[in-house]
Write a protein that binds this ligand. Sequence first.
Ligand SMILES: Nc1nc2c(ncn2[C@@H]2O[C@H](COP(=O)(O)OP(=O)(O)OP(=O)(O)O)[C@@H](O)[C@H]2O)c(=O)[nH]1
Ligand SMILES: [Mg+2]
Length: 243
Amino acid sequence: MDPRYDIPRRAGGVSGGNSSNLSPALGVQSRRRKTPPRPADFKLQIIIIGSRGVGKTSLMERYTDDTFSEACKSTVGVDFKIKTVELRGKKIRLQIWDTAGQERFNSITSAYYRGAKGIVLVYDITKQETFDDLPKWMKMIDKYASEEAELLLVGNKMDCESDRVISRQQGERFCSRISGMRFCETSAKDNCNVDEIFLKLVDDILSKMPLEVPNKELSGSLLSLQPEPEVPPELPPPRVRCC
Ligand SMILES: Nc1nc2c(ncn2[C@@H]2O[C@H](COP(=O)(O)OP(=O)(O)OP(=O)(O)O)[C@@H](O)[C@H]2O)c(=O)[nH]1
Ligand SMILES: [Mg+2]
């Protein structure tokens, strides 16, 4: 018999019979039984910050749902999504916080910096003012985030090459002035370097964590500001590309 259809039977159940002895309802129920998913070894929070319209929500949605919308819908306060990834032999449940770029929400969004193990600071390579705002965002990080948080600077909308006003070198130069910060250019629209930035950030976070610490201890050290949604869908394995 095909092992996939070898339905386990309880003691005292039908013995010596075959699956046709089972009632249709029981057969369907038994076949639905699945091994529960392995629980995550780690839970990590990542926060995405930057001026309005730079593509924070688009980067998050590209990464978690592989979708992109041309529509401009400003985030109000904060939003979040969950994605589970496997890295370094560990299953990691990522909670990604997407913050509003509008200054009037700063008092709300700043409350979410503290628990973040990774911070993605985004600017738009076609908008000078979003690059000029970076020192202001760095002040927010200095004031509200943990000193141990991994930092990543992202120049988004690299698909708009003809409208570019911030060169890659300018981005790199800004980044080089901040200790430990990484830099990458992305396109949420063309799905360029999106998986890569999140995976690199998580890898950098994991490289500094004691990976053998039991699950219980680690999750206790993580800040949970909102109830998590139900079990997220399983996702395909990460693609590896350099950034
Ligand atoms: N061409 C291009 N457009 C993008 C890209 N990423 C985002 N956009 C567009 O830029 C606009 C703003 O994107 P959002 O993701 O809403 O920006 P945001 O940073 O979340 O903005 P706030 O929530 O207001 O802070 C939308 O019209 C997106 O379609 C990209 O990589 N390339
Ligand atoms: Mg947004």
